[in-house]
Ligand binder design. Structure first.
Ligand code: AMP
Length: 591
């Protein structure tokens, strides 16, 4: 079972696709959002999610939040100033969290969150969940993406795809149906981070044209300002840690209510001097406090547009993601910046998880006729010397994709090359499927001198175009083959099973074939060298070479890989002086 996971800085979500619907999975308390918080108690197992979030203000130094910000980063790079727990660098500089005497990598912390989502999903579905699509910000580099994969592995999940968050959101909004070259802006304002991404749909695949943002700007900042404002209204000075935590919770709750109500009356009992207090907070009050924070996103939006080489009018759609975009003020602001009303048809804090789940459904084959962001399920290649499979595009490569290699002639005077296009995971060409074959003619040349470039280009629909070109004459052939992606699940499974089952003998066959090709090349040249300069060798040397030749011939017949490798190696060693003599004689009397 493949689930979709939005591993957020503030909150995380898990979803599953079943019977044509995306279902987001609630925890045992019935809540969908799991705070991305892990609390390490003095004794016992860590707490994850809401239970951990409740302890954040009480035990700040043992409650880790926003670990995603540290993923794959060094202490120097990571933005750690405002974190209430300790972060230090490893010898290699990687950021690690210290709680008591123990150090944790950020991926170990995120693994705890993923493990909880996995457990919640397994409890709800009653099946083992061992694979996931996990989303990351579009700006995550390879190191950060790999750290996310490792977090999955540590949680017992194979991360079958890392998906960009804005792309996931665009999928959830159904923007893949908008048509070619359509451009969209994804405005994502969460609890602690702001991201703006400009995407373009090309041949069914979203490409990120530009991203920008601020990893320390979000709804939590609005909560802090509102909490200060409430404290002032209630006449609270120097609140203790518990009252501060209460005021912040109250501020968040008030902010949420003001997204649908115009004013909220706050009644707060037991302030730190024992009195109770009450005040009224209107939407206008909140907006006045939030506006300067929101205003900071404007420059990021304009920069992203400029980096993408676009102006507002080039966008076909603007979508909003992240819980903070529920605020009417944010929606008005987005409309003003982009000059168009944002599409708000999806739940902003669920869109990324829904997109991840749709991607999981596509990968598991539950959602058909969608090749968006697809991968090739089995390797593609051609047959080379000795009947070996030469992989040009390995399995699991995201399409569209292009790759090529140079080949040469195995025989002198050869006039054409047969290009057999193969698909499969086996080492020998004969065990893979042939998708097609064609001949490419080339000028007759000595062995190893012809140059034929073979290029595989696979488009977003999985259509494979194979091009072969004689680089000397420029003669080329292009052949289009049917979908290399559209392979039934059963066939893929069978191929993978067979490749595992025969892995050992396949590898032997490859090693043997490679050694045989080498032997077939060596034997005639050793014989030629013997006839030319053999007389200059000691008799014992000639006898040894003859013995080695015989051993190679026998090993070729035996069909065993390792003895043949050893025999060719011995022949190579025995003919070192012969080779030197041959070179010297060639230098004296150039042919
Ligand atoms: P996310 O990181 O996407 O989970 O977003 C979390 C942020 O969204 C937090 O700052 C929440 O306070 C904020 N949020 C969630 N619901 C609302 C709402 N109804 N109105 C305003 N902000 C909200």
């Amino acid at each position: 079972m493949i689930v979709g996971i939005d591993l957020g800085t503030t909150n995380s979500l898990v979803g599953v696709y079943d019977a044509g619907f995306v279902t987001l999975i609630a925890d045992p308390e019935g809540v969908l959002l799991t705070p991305s918080v892990v609390h390490f108690p003095e004794a016992g197992e860590p707490l994850v999610g809401r239970a951990a979030a409740r302890l954040r203000t009480v035990f700040p130094e043992r409650t880790v939040y926003s670990a995603k910000r540290l993923m794959g980063a060094s202490v120097g790079e990571a933005d750690v100033e405002d974190l209430a727990y300790r972060v230090e660098g490893s010898k290699a500089g990687a950021a690690r969290v210290r709680v008591d005497g123990k150090l944790y990598l950020p991926e170990e912390v995120c693994a705890r969150i993923l493990a909880k989502l996995k457990a919640d999903a397994e409890r709800a579905l009653g099946v083992v969940v061992d694979k996931a699509v996990v989303t990351v910000p579009a700006y995550f580099n390879d190191g950060q993406r790999n750290a996310t994969k490792r977090a999955g592995e540590l949680a017992g999940l194979e991360v079958v795809r890392i998906l960009n968050e804005p792309t996931a959101a665009a999928l959830a909004y159904g923007l893949d149906k908008l048509g070619e070259h359509c451009r969209v802006a994804v405005f994502d304002l969460g609890g602690g981070t702001f991201d703006i991404s400009i995407l373009e749909l090309n041949a069914g695949v979203f490409q990120v044209l530009a991203t920008n943002g601020n990893t320390r700007l979000g709804g939590d900042d609005i909560d802090l300002r509102l909490a200060d404002w409430i404290a002032e209204r209630l006449g609270v000075t120097a609140p203790d840690i518990t009252l501060t935590a209460r005021l912040q919770e109250l501020a968040r709750d008030t902010k949420h209510r003001l997204s649908s109500e115009m004013e909220v009356t706050l009644a707060v009992p037991f302030l730190n001097d024992g009195r109770s207090g009450h005040c009224v907070c209107t939407r206008a009050d909140l907006e006045r406090l939030a506006m300067p924070l929101l205003e900071r996103t404007r420059a990021h939006c304009l920069r992203a547009l400029a980096d993408a080489g676009l102006v507002q009018a080039d966008l076909q759609e603007v979508i909003v993601v992240g819980g903070s975009t529920r605020m009417p003020l944010v929606r008005r602001f987005v409309e003003e910046v982009f000059g168009r009303c944002p599409n708000t048809t999806q739940n902003p804090d669920e869109a990324v998880a829904i997109g991840a789940t749709l991607q999981a459904a596509i990968l598991s084959g539950a959602l058909h006729n969608v090749v968006l962001l697809d991968i090739i399920p089995l390797s593609l290649g051609i047959e080379t010397f000795g009947g070996l499979m030469n992989v040009i595009i390995p399995r699991n490569t995201t399409i569209p994709f292009k790759a090529g290699e140079m080949f040469t002639n195995a025989l002198a005077g050869q006039q054409s090359m047969l290009v057999r296009v193969l698909q499969g995971e086996r080492e020998m060409a004969k065990d893979n499927w042939e998708l097609g074959r064609f001949e490419i003619p080339f000028e007759p040349l000595p062995k190893g001198q012809a140059r034929v470039g073979v290029q595989f280009e696979i488009d977003a629909d999985g259509i494979l175009a194979v091009l072969a070109r004689d680089t000397r004459t420029g003669v080329e052939r292009v052949v289009k083959l049917t979908s290399a992606v559209d392979v039934s699940d059963d066939a893929i499974e069978k191929m993978l099973e067979e490749s595992l089952e025969h892995a050992f003998e396949d590898m032997n066959a490859r090693v043997f074939t490679e050694a045989r090709l080498k032997a077939e090349e060596m034997l005639p040249s050793v014989r030629v060298a013997l006839s030319r300069v053999g007389a200059q060798l000691e008799t014992t040397e000639v006898v040894e070479i003859e013995r080695c030749i015989e051993a190679v011939e026998k090993a070729v017949e035996s069909g065993a890989a390792q003895p043949l490798k050893r025999a060719t190696f011995a022949l190579d060693e025995a003919t070192q002086r012969l080779a030197t003599l041959l070179v010297q004689s060639a230098m004296k009397s150039p042919v």
